[in-house]
Design a protein around this ligand. Structure first.
Ligand code: ZN
Length: 271
C-alpha cells in the first residue's frame, strides 16, 4: 500500500517537475522568439527604409536629368514658401469647409484615432470634408480630406489603411514638395516636354509607393490587412488595374505590400 502511494507520489512529483520545466522552457523559447523576431523586424524595416531612399534618389535623378531641377533647389523653395503656404492652405480650407456637408462625429473620431496611432496630435491636423470623385481621402501637408460617402465601399480595416496612407503623404510633405516642383518646372525651358512630364509622373508614383510602404511599416501588423482589403476593393471598383500614371498599378501596390508582409512575417490574408 505504502509502495503504491510512494510510486504515485514519485509519479506525481516527477510529472509536476516535468510540466514546470516544460512551461519554463516554453516561456523561455517564446521570449527568445519574440525578442528575435522584433529584432529581425526592425532590420527588415531598416532594409525597406533603405529601398525607399534608393527609389527616392532614382526619382530625383530622373527629374534632374529631364527637367534640370535638383532636389536641393526644390526643397529650398518648398522650405522657404511652406510656412506661408501652410497658413494659406489652412485659411482656404477653413473657408471651403462649409461647401460640403459636415462630417459625422464618428468619422472625425475614426480619423483622429488613426492620427494618434501614428503619433500625431489630431489638434495639429485639419480634417475637412471634400468630394473625392472616387477617392475616399486625400491630404496636403496639414489637412486630411475625407469623402465619407466613399467609405461605404470599404471595410473599416481598409478605411484605416487609406487614412494611414494619407498620413504618410502629410508627414512626408509630399504635396508642397510636388507643388514646388511644378512651380520650378514653369520657369524651365519647354524642351523635352514629354520626357519631363514622364519624370514628374514617375516622381508622383514614387510618392504614392512611399506612402503605401510607410503606412505599412509605421502602422505595423494592425494596418496590414486593411492594405489588401483596400487594394482588392479598388480593383473591384475600377474593374481591374488603374492605368498606372498618377499612382502605380494596383497590382504593383499589392505586390509591394505582399513583400513587406511576408518579410515582416505578418499574419494577413494577402490574396
Ligand atoms: Zn496617395
Amino acid at each position: 500500500m505504502f509502495r503504491i502511494f510512494k510510486n504515485k507520489a514519485i509519479y506525481l512529483l516527477s510529472t509536476m517537475l516535468l510540466i514546470g520545466a516544460l512551461s519554463y522552457f516554453k516561456l523561455d523559447i517564446q521570449q527568445l522568439n519574440s525578442s528575435r523576431s522584433s529584432h529581425d523586424r526592425s532590420q527588415v524595416h531598416e532594409q525597406f527604409q533603405q529601398q525607399i531612399n534608393e527609389n527616392e534618389q532614382l526619382a530625383w535623378d530622373l527629374l534632374t536629368t529631364s527637367t534640370q531641377i535638383t532636389k536641393e533647389q526644390c526643397l529650398q523653395r518648398q522650405q522657404k514658401n511652406y510656412p506661408a503656404h501652410k497658413i494659406l492652405l489652412q485659411q482656404n480650407w477653413r473657408a471651403k469647409r462649409s461647401r460640403y456637408p459636415k462630417l459625422k462625429p464618428e468619422t472625425i473620431t475614426f480619423v483622429q484615432n488613426v492620427l494618434r496611432d501614428f503619433g500625431i496630435d489630431p489638434a495639429d491636423v485639419q480634417i475637412i470634408p471634400y468630394k473625392g470623385k472616387g477617392s475616399p481621402a486625400a491630404a496636403d501637408d496639414c489637412t486630411i480630406f475625407i469623402d465619407e460617402t466613399e467609405f461605404v465601399h470599404f471595410s473599416p480595416e481598409a478605411c484605416k489603411f487609406f487614412i494611414a496612407h494619407e498620413i504618410a503623404h502629410l508627414r512626408a510633405q509630399d504635396e508642397s514638395i510636388y507643388e514646388s516642383l511644378c512651380a520650378l518646372k514653369q520657369t524651365k525651358r519647354k524642351k523635352d516636354a514629354k520626357k519631363s512630364k514622364m519624370a514628374m509622373q514617375a516622381f508622383r508614383r514614387f510618392q504614392e509607393t512611399r506612402a503605401d510602404m510607410n503606412a505599412l511599416l509605421d502602422g505595423g501588423e494592425s494596418y496590414a490587412q486593411g492594405a489588401f482589403d483596400f487594394m482588392h476593393k479598388l480593383q473591384e471598383l475600377d474593374g481591374g488595374d488603374n492605368p498606372g500614371i498618377t499612382h502605380p498599378k494596383t497590382s504593383k501596390r499589392i505586390e509591394i505590400a505582399q513583400n513587406i508582409c511576408s518579410k515582416m512575417g505578418w499574419n494577413v490574408a494577402t490574396a
